[in-house]
Write a protein that binds this ligand. Sequence first.
Ligand code: ADP
Ligand code: MG
Length: 250
Amino acid sequence: MITLDDVTLTFPDGERRVTAVDHVSLTARPGVVTGITGPSGSGKSSLLAVAATLIRPDSGRVLIGGSAGSGGSHAGDGAVSGAVDAAVLSRDDATALRRERIGIVFQQSNLLPSLTAREQVLVMAHLGGGHRAAVTRARVDELLDAVGLSGHGDKRPAQLSGGQRQRVAIARALVHDPDVLLVDEPTSALDQERGAAIMDLIARLTHERGTATMLVTHDMVHRAVLDELVTIVDGRLTDGAPAGVAVRAA
Ligand code: ADP
Ligand code: MG
């Protein structure tokens, strides 16, 4: 699971600073898709980048792994045991943690043009080092099957549709069997039908593999596949029915 605990992130903006994420506390639990919605510029991608350990927050904790304490208390009460606080790790340690435990899918699939679908996934596997480097071709093909790309392993990005490229990106994100899956607007480059299929796929993989999934979308047409939903406006989680669901560790 992943818990953001009272996270604040600012960016320089001329002589002042803009607050992109403002005291946000949010937990994504294993096997659950936690949706994050909100208007453009509200801080969704910034929040995800903090969760991904790509940006270190100004303050707050980013707790990866562990389990919710039995007290049923708010994340801010320290109710997460056995977790690593990624916000205090060195850059190298954060990178190692990310490669082992976090899968990331961005808006664009960001595939390497010269590599086949199978190679895209294998390359990611080898970045991890250690025992995870021993990912076999059979394991990669199993993942490609799981994302609906059986028989497409030898194709390069130019030979794949936008939806298929996003499926490769999802397989690549899952190759380390991550605890946490972070997905930013995965359907924004797709038509509605293909977008819906990608959302269904992410939900199914989350439930089957037990990943703690945080998924950013501004498109409420996909509301039905989100198990929980929070709304962010001006960097803050808003009050109100949908927002209340996931802000507390269960
Ligand atoms: P969203 O994903 O909801 O559209 P973002 O997280 O991208 O929102 O942006 C939130 C705020 O942070 C915006 O005001 C944006 O301009 C600002 N911001 C995001 N990334 C940067 C950056 N690298 N440098 C400066 N400001 C940024
Ligand atoms: Mg964004």
